[in-house]
Ligand binder design. Structure first.
Ligand code: LLP
Length: 408
């Protein structure tokens, strides 16, 4: 299904868009590292683009999924907008060449500095709370600049995902509850420099059942009509991101962008401009974490393949019990071994020799961006295969970088 755009196995060897990962690993001389396929990202973007062909719509990549500058530039070249969640993500997007009118600032705790910066640059801002309205009103008055805003609504719909990444239920800290919308509109009426141009919602992440996109669109369409009737010139309906990816890599019927768009389309109003904010489904399957086997530890009940990658580089398995597929980059024969440290549990893998390469699949989203220096480990480098070429798109963090943060 992946074709040779992304990662695939041929004669027992793993390839990334035409290049052997074993060969890449030899060249890189650093382990672990993240490896991405540019063509897979482009293909993912085009699936959204094709699905949205007949609809006035914007694809706004959620930078939080992977904020590598080169990756941002690839998406910019494809025509994407970006959704950012901090002043620094906004700075990065500017550095990648996005224009202010292609950016949306989202967030539950936007600081005064971030808001001032965003208004100054001229990006669209999601309002998430009463204090957001107050702060935006104050700042826009003091710098005498108007700002386009979207109202983030909490539609109370269950996306059926891990509770840490579920954001559209009543108890969630995100968005405005239905009964609070009217007072918000009154406050916006009284803030002449805040232009309400649309509504926003984001239900959660790793969504598999696209029916929830249909449900949320119906709710959003009702609010949209109500706001128009109240005299607000709204034009955008932003449904957020959230489409999951097939982490098991074995489910041919897994929901695709076109399924999301079909679900939304059933409820969407003709004259609204749809915004989608995918993160994971644009970059997730376009990346792997490449590690090396350090050794195999035989236990009483299970064996451990100990590798040089860990929760420091990839926290999803430990934080969300996420299950990423794990495989060797070359044929490994030998007795079956059970586990690969804590990047995966209870897996059946052959017992590898030391220094055999191993990949954790589908780590292009929320991999590097959530890495840390836990256990005194330095962040890994990132590589990209683009047009048959291997390029380093971020160097490895060095111990000297780390030490330089201390005043000595
Ligand atoms: N828009 C908004 C407002 C968001 O909060 C998010 C993600 C997205 C778009 C993109 O969602 P996506 O299409 O990537 O699902 N660290 C977690 C994921 C947290 C997602 C938070 N918000 C993980 O590793 O699964």
């Amino acid at each position: 299904m992946n074709g040779n755009q992304g990662f695939y196995v041929q004669d027992g060897y793993l390839y990334c868009a035409g290049l052997s990962v074993k060969e890449i690993q030899r060249q890189v001389e650093h382990s672990p590292f993240y490896l991405y396929s540019a063509s897979q990202m482009r293909q993912n973007y085009r699936s959204y683009e094709n699905a949205l062909d007949q609809i006035p719509a914007v694809i706004s990549y959620a930078v939080k999924a992977n904020s590598n500058l080169t990756i941002l530039k690839i998406l910019r070249d494809l025509g994407s907008w970006v959704t950012v969640v901090s002043g620094n993500e906004l700075r990065l997007a500017l550095a990648a060449g996005f224009e202010s009118k292609q950016m949306i600032l989202n967030g539950n705790g936007k600081t005064l500095h971030e808001l001032e910066y965003a208004i100054d640059v001229g990006v669209m801002i999601n309002i998430d709370s009463e204090f957001d309205v107050k702060h935006l009103h104050q700042i826009s008055q003091s710098i005498r600049k108007s700002v386009n805003v979207l109202l983030r609504l909490n539609p109370d719909i269950d996306p059926a995902v891990h509770p840490y990444i579920s954001t559209g239920l009543q108890g969630s800290k995100f968005g405005i509850q239905p009964q609070q919308v009217e007072p918000f509109l009154q406050n916006l009426d009284a803030a002449p420099l805040l232009n309400l141009v649309g509504i926003h919602s984001h239900l959660g992440s790793t969504i598999e059942n696209v029916d929830v996109f249909c449900q949320v669109s119906a709710v959003m369409a009702e609010y949209f009509v109500m706001m128009r009737e109240r005299g607000f010139p709204v034009k955008y309906i932003n449904i957020g991101g959230g489409l999951g990816i097939d982490y098991q890599r074995t489910r041919p019927g897994f929901a695709q962008p076109e399924d999301v768009v079909k679900a939304i389309q059933r409820e969407l109003l003709d004259d609204a401009i749809l915004i989608l904010e995918p993160g994971r489904s644009l970059v997730g399957n376009a990346g792997v974490l490449v590690c090396n086997v350090i050794g195999v530890k035989l236990g009483e009940t299970k064996n451990f393949i100990v590798v040089d990658g860990s929760m420091t580089e990839l926290i999803r398995p430990s934080l969300y019990q996420a299950e990423h597929q794990i495989a060797f980059i070359e044929p490994v024969v030998g007795p079956v071994c059970e586990s690969a440290d804590f990047l995966g549990k209870n897996r059946l893998l052959a017992t590898p020799d030391e220094r055999i390469g191993l990949v954790v699949y589908d780590t292009g989203a929320y991999g590097y961006v959530m890495s840390s220096n836990y256990n005194g480990r330095m962040r890994p480098p990132e590589y990209l295969v683009d047009d048959g070429q291997l390029i380093q798109i971020r160097r490895a963090e060095r111990f000297e970088d780390y030490l330089s943060l201390f005043d000595m």
